[in-house]
Design a protein. Structure first.
Length: 466
């Protein structure tokens, strides 16, 4: 009998419910076409396939569903009468069975939408498909998308390197949302230039925001003719954080050398609070039971600043530098930069400060471009473009890769990085033709339910295949 939960080409014979997997005996009832001469009425059944039933998987229903498919062997009377015909008897996998993998086509479409979003072992436990098969599907999908799909070029482009298992990669993303549009297997300028030339419409880019790594500056100055390059403010602030850390460490060492170990220990314990940029992140290394987790400036930090002039100057220099970046325009920011310079004069001879001054002066034009992108945000603050959204998404990429036990295959890493936040089959539409690699998306709007698509057969086809 036919079952509404089965593909239409299968007839249910018997069900074997088990604790883990639902095994169904089914018979293939569709009539095939002759592989040599096509469909006609002179194709006759010659019993069931002697090789036994074909075991395939279908969409899971509270667990894996395995179909044991009985297939018939057919004989073509036209080919039998032709001595030159090579094919006289044949069988088929059925119109609802995937031609390559032992699964139904609808399960294959389901797997395509999951391999970029979930670990393969988790999908395998849910569907019953072996992890090796899922790996092959994921790698082939990544290669297909790389060959036939291009995400829209964002107006604000963000570049940031990411280090995974000792190797550095480049993530190219939308600077506003942080969603990646590309994942490059190298941070070398030549490789990144080649990728941007083939994957992006560089004339549409208005702003390029990245850190001041030599690769990023080289690409931005030579590859995006209509865009301004903005140095990411958080990377510049991070460089001064190293100066503040060196000032604090030197003060601790000086106090220890002078025999004031208690003061040195106090500064060491409260260093995380002195280094914190946000008030909510002020912490202490003193983790006594019942103690405060968030420090108070007046009760905890102010006594340290009052007793250590160099730390006080470096601390308030960092404050002035943050106010410099929170200004509405470059004209409003310059007074804060002058105050910053007065505070840093006391430790200008330190190694980290010399490196910071050299770096700041050589990239001043790129740092100043930040204020050309400053706009009033919904929270009432004036802010420009940064790589903050991309940095947060890079953390998600690392998290997804750790959940997959440290993936090293670049194709699978690219699939996870670029399409892990997008629903393949809904936002990203793949051409339904068998040998076509074309894809479009992201497509916005409510997608048609899978049940309706399955019954009506309405799947997107590219213009070349129509």
């Amino acid at each position: 009998m036919t079952a509404p939960f089965l593909p239409p080409s299968f007839q249910l014979d018997h069900a074997h419910p088990t604790a883990c997997t639902q095994r169904l005996d089914v018979t293939l009832i569709s009539r095939p076409a002759c592989p040599s001469c096509g469909p006609h009425q002179r194709i006759h059944s010659r019993g069931f396939h002697s090789g036994g039933p074909l075991s395939i998987f279908d969409l899971p229903r509270e667990g894996p569903v395995e179909l044991s498919v009985r297939r018939r062997r057919y004989e073509c009377a036209v080919c039998k009468a032709d001595p030159a015909a090579k094919v006289k008897t044949f069988s088929e996998r059925g119109p609802d069975t995937h031609p390559r993998y032992d699964m139904t086509k609808r399960l294959h479409r389901y797997v395509l939408g999951q391999v970029a979003r979930r670990p393969l072992q988790e999908i395998s436990a849910h569907t019953g498909v072996p992890a090796s098969t899922l790996w092959d599907i994921a790698v082939n999908l990544s290669k297909r998308l790389e060959a036939g799909h291009r995400l829209p070029t964002p107006k604000v482009l963000a570049l940031d390197g990411i280090k995974i298992l000792g190797r550095e990669y480049m993530v190219v993303a939308d600077g506003v949302t942080g969603l990646p549009v590309g994942f490059i297997g190298s941070i070398k300028a030549a490789d990144v230039r080649a990728w941007t030339h083939t994957h992006l419409d560089i004339d549409q880019v208005n702003v390029v925001v990245a850190d001041l790594h030599k690769t990023n500056t080289s690409i931005a100055r030579t590859k995006f003719p209509n865009a301004i390059y903005v140095a990411d403010k958080w990377h510049v602030i991070q460089r001064f954080q190293r100066v503040l850390s060196q000032v604090i460490n030197k003060e601790i060492n000086d106090l220890r050398a002078a025999g004031e170990s208690e003061r040195a220990k106090t500064i060491y314990d409260f260093k995380p609070g002195l280094m914190a940029v946000k008030k909510s992140l002020r912490r202490t290394r003193r983790t006594s039971k019942g103690g405060r987790h968030t420090l108070s400036f007046y009760d905890d930090l102010r006594p340290i600043l009052a007793a250590s002039p160099k730390i006080r100057r470096a601390y308030w220099a960092r404050h002035d530098f943050l106010r410099f970046y929170s200004s509405r325009s470059l004209q409003d920011a310059m007074p804060w930069l002058e105050r910053f310079r007065r505070h840093t004069h006391a430790f200008a001879s330190m190694t980290k400060m010399i490196e910071f001054d050299k770096h700041f002066a050589s990239n001043w034009n790129l740092i100043a471009n930040y204020f050309e992108t400053v706009t009033l945000r919904s929270d009432g603050r004036w802010r420009g473009y940064t790589t903050n959204a991309l940095e947060q998404y890079n953390g998600q990429i690392r998290k997804h890769l750790r959940a997959r036990n440290g993936v090293r295959n670049f194709d699978l890493m690219r699939l996870i990085a670029v399409y892990g936040s997008r629903r393949i089959g809904e936002e990203i539409q793949l051409c339904s033709s068998a040998d076509c690699v074309a894809a479009i998306g992201p497509v916005f709007g409510p997608p048609a339910p899978p049940e309706i698509r399955e019954r009506t057969g309405t799947y997107w086809t590219c213009p070349d295949c129509r």
